[in-house]
Design a protein around this ligand. Structure first.
Ligand SMILES: [Zn+2]
Length: 116
């Protein structure tokens, strides 16, 4: 029984180690959402007014919360590509954090069980 608890604790430590290694590989991280838009310019005679295929763009806009307020920022295509990578990483990091929390809870239960 004792040995089994020790094994379970080691398994959890190994899992936490894998989570920490996954974090170590993350460099770019951003919250928020990336929007891609096609625009109508409003110039008379421009085809974009009639033809959806002739709309201008794509234009990239990043929306994210700063101190409770939504901040929007226009990005270049290259910035948008990097930002999308950072947003994907953020999602991945949140999943890792949740997994880390769950493993920590199990570890606490095993290391310091409630006395009967
Ligand atoms: Zn136009």
């Amino acid at each position: 029984m004792e040995r089994s608890v020790a094994q379970r604790i080691q398994q959890i430590r190994d899992e936490i180690g894998r989570i920490r290694s996954a974090f170590a590989e993350v460099e770019y991280i951003s919250s928020g959402t990336l929007h891609t838009r096609m625009k109508v310019c409003g110039k008379s005679g421009c085809r974009c007014a009639q033809d959806p295929q002739a709309r201008h763009g794509p234009y990239y806009e990043w929306g994210h919360m700063v101190e409770g307020k939504l901040v929007r920022r226009v990005l270049t295509p290259q910035q948008a590509e990097l930002l999308q990578h950072a947003i994907d990483n953020h999602r991945h990091a949140k999943r890792l954090l949740r997994a880390w929390e769950e493993q920590t809870e199990r570890l606490i239960e095993l290391q310091a069980p409630r006395q009967p």
